[in-house]
Design a protein around this ligand. Structure first.
Ligand code: IPD
Ligand code: CA
Ligand code: CA
Ligand code: CA
Length: 278
């Protein structure tokens, strides 16, 4: 195996271990009283367990890879300048960490949340690990190496049109109002797709696309830590991930569309009609 691929495979295996260790901690604390704090608004929450999970993962990364950069939600997102900082090109290998993706589900003991760890080289995601510690599902992918759930190879669904499609989405609660872009998109898609789900953990929702359970997923306003791991997993399962203009998704993009590739153009076209009306 070529040296770079071997190096990235070792990183992936280490990321799996970090996600499992953090997952055990997060699952263990789930039924203890949680210290919950509001960040920007009442729907933007953090618990002491998010912070503990993040500290653990970052310590493990620093022990193994002191020369790599790390970008993690509760440390780097606090200043609210996520977009600007991510837009700066960052050389070399880096780790993008969401210590609990689906914090609101976690707080309400809804079992759809995950630890998400993406590995990036020169700004391009190359490996992803998403782990739901309650189900035990461990989704992994490395570029060129396929996508897996618990070692079983994944492939996106085969639905040929939106009429047969089950779609996932999400939105920032603070941006929602009856005339908001998200509300209009859901309204228009509800009359077009088979059905729509809002599960509340973008990284896991992307894995559901990779596993062929959701046909597609769209979300505006995601942060790099929500998407970095999941997009590698979708792409390696044969899917497509773009921004709303149809260009390959970059971590600095404000719109994300992921799908089984077959319905992608149709999905993008319907979402674009709403955006054009704005
Ligand atoms: C959130 C989840 C949710 C998405 C939000 C994200 P968090 O992440 O991924 O599904 O709709 O936009 O902020 O805050 O629970 O890590
Ligand atoms: Ca959050
Ligand atoms: Ca998140
Ligand atoms: Ca989070």
């Amino acid at each position: 195996m070529e040296a770079q691929a071997a190096y990235e495979l070792t990183m992936l295996k280490n990321a799996e271990r970090y996600a499992r260790e953090a997952g055990a901690l997060v699952a263990d604390r789930m039924n203890s009283p949680l210290r919950i704090q509001e960040k920007m608004n009442k729907s933007d929450l953090v618990t002491a367990v998010d912070v503990m999970s993040e500290s653990l993962i970052c310590r493990l990364i620093r022990d193994d890879y002191p020369e790599h950069w790390i970008y993690s939600e509760e440390t780097d997102g606090a200043e609210g300048d996520a977009w600007q900082r991510m837009l700066q090109p960052r050389e070399g290998y880096g780790w993008i960490v969401d210590p609990i993706d689906g914090t609101t589900n976690y707080i309400h003991a809804v079992g759809h949340f995950a630890i998400s760890i993406g590995i990036v080289k020169n700004g391009v995601p190359v490996c992803g690990v998403v782990h739901n510690p309650l189900t035990g599902d461990l989704y992994t992918a490395m570029r060129g190496g396929g996508a897996y759930r618990n070692g079983e190879k994944l492939a996106v669904g085969q639905e040929r049109g939106l009429g047969d499609a089950l779609l996932g989405t999400g939105f920032q609660a603070k941006d929602w109002h009856p005339g908001s872009c998200a509300a209009k998109q859901i309204g228009r898609m509800a009359g077009t797709a088979r059905d729509i789900r809002i599960f509340g953990s973008a990284s896991l929702d992307l894995c559901l696309v990779a596993a062929g359970r959701l046909t597609g997923f769209w979300h505006d306003g995601l942060y790099p830590w929500d998407a970095a791991a999941g997009i590698v997993i979708v792409l390696e399962a044969g899917g497509q991930v773009t921004n709303r203009d149809g260009r390959p998704y970059a971590l600095s993009d404000n719109t994300l569309i992921a799908s089984n590739a077959i319905v992608h153009a149709e999905l993008q076209a319907v979402l674009s009609t709403v955006a054009r009306d704005e």
